[in-house]
Design a protein around this ligand. Structure first.
Ligand SMILES: Nc1ncnc2c1ncn2[C@@H]1O[C@H](COP(=O)(O)OP(=O)(O)OP(=O)(O)O)[C@@H](O)[C@H]1O
Ligand SMILES: [Mg+2]
Length: 301
């Protein structure tokens, strides 16, 4: 009896190992068709990662990469990319090759836990290994197709999801770190930079979001969360500074409506900032390709 039990256990273990290897093989095959993978992280929560991820994806799509950009919402417990990009309530369509991402404006492909939940009130109450499994399947079982860019939106901090993503995609181009200018947020940015360095993932740069506010009534610039903190921390940590995005109430309204801000407000300072950031990221990717790790070495890695 004991021998039979041991054999059964061995067989189960072997089957699990084979399933894992098959998933990893599929994951590699799928992600190898995506030229650039960029994760968006932060130290603190609520600093605008998801908003920045969606608008950056839109900015790249507008910059000549329409139908070549994807967004993976890797915030398993608090997915909100679909809401911001206007896809809330959609479902993933399954085919023989796997499930297909939902299609947003300018052909942006989106995958999110939100598409799998039965209702808005349903919470995901999962520990780390289950979250990692979900993220792994989002990469291995989804038919992403050929893409130029995949942006990965992550929950705040350096917990399960960021760690899973970095381990599952070791060839990641790098991380973009979003912060607000205040010192409270800067302290946690240091942890995000150290996290990336320890995992050998390049830091593409820091974006200072919610950086200043121009009063629409009197035109005065008000520094609600201060200004310049993101730039300062980038200089202190010797990583590139990508730009400042001001507070604009329309960003919040558009996100709530599901209309990506930058397509609606082409001439706003925030849109201009996003387009400048696109150029800086492109520059980073080119430099990184021809001179691998140059920026990182200068950054003290
Ligand atoms: N520059 C901005 N101007 C005005 N509102 C903004 C700006 N950036 C983000 N917001 C608003 O701030 C709120 C938080 O943004 P968002 O959800 O993108 O943050 P997050 O960092 O992804 O949060 P979490 O840590 O929970 O994932 C949203 O309501 C969003 O519309
Ligand atoms: Mg978010």
């Amino acid at each position: 009896m004991a021998k039979q039990d041991a054999e059964k256990r061995d067989l189960e273990q072997q089957a699990r190992k084979q399933a894992y290897e098959e998933e990893q093989r599929k994951l590699k095959a799928r992600t190898s068709k995506i030229r650039h993978k960029i994760a968006v992280i932060s130290g603190k929560g609520g600093v605008g990662k998801s908003t920045v991820t969606v608008n950056l994806a839109m900015a790249f799509a507008m910059h000549g990469y329409a139908y070549s950009v994807g967004v993976l919402d890797a915030d398993i417990t608090g997915p909100c990319v679909p809401k911001i990009i206007g896809l809330h309530g959609q479902r993933l369509q399954a085919g023989p090759a796997g499930a297909f991402p939902a299609m947003g404006p300018l052909g942006i492909k989106v995958v999110s836990m939100d598409f799998l939940l039965p209702s808005d009130e349903t919470p995901v109450i999962w520990r780390g290994p289950l979250k990692m499994k979900a993220i792994s399947q989002f990469l291995s079982d989804i038919v992403w197709g050929e893409l130029e860019f995949l942006f990965i939106d992550l929950p705040p901090g350096t917990g399960d999801e960021p760690l899973s993503i970095m381990q599952l995609i070791p060839e990641m181009d790098g991380v973009v770190i979003v912060t607000i200018p205040s010192e409270v947020s800067q302290i946690v940015v240091k942890k995000a930079v150290t996290f990336s360095r320890q995992l050998n993932i390049p830091v593409i740069g820091i974006i200072e979001n919610m950086s200043g506010f121009v009063c629409p009534k009197c035109g005065a610039e008000i520094e609600i969360f201060k200004v310049g903190g993101g730039k300062k921390i980038a200089e202190d940590l010797k990583v590139p500074f990508l730009g400042r995005i001001p507070i604009d109430p329309e960003i919040c309204e558009d996100s709530d409506r599901g209309t990506p801000f930058i397509t609606e407000h082409m001439d706003s300072p925030a849109t201009k900032a996003f387009m400048e950031i696109v150029k800086k990221i492109e520059f980073f990717l080119k430099t990184e390709k021809t001179q691998p790790q140059k920026v990182m070495k200068e950054g003290g890695n």
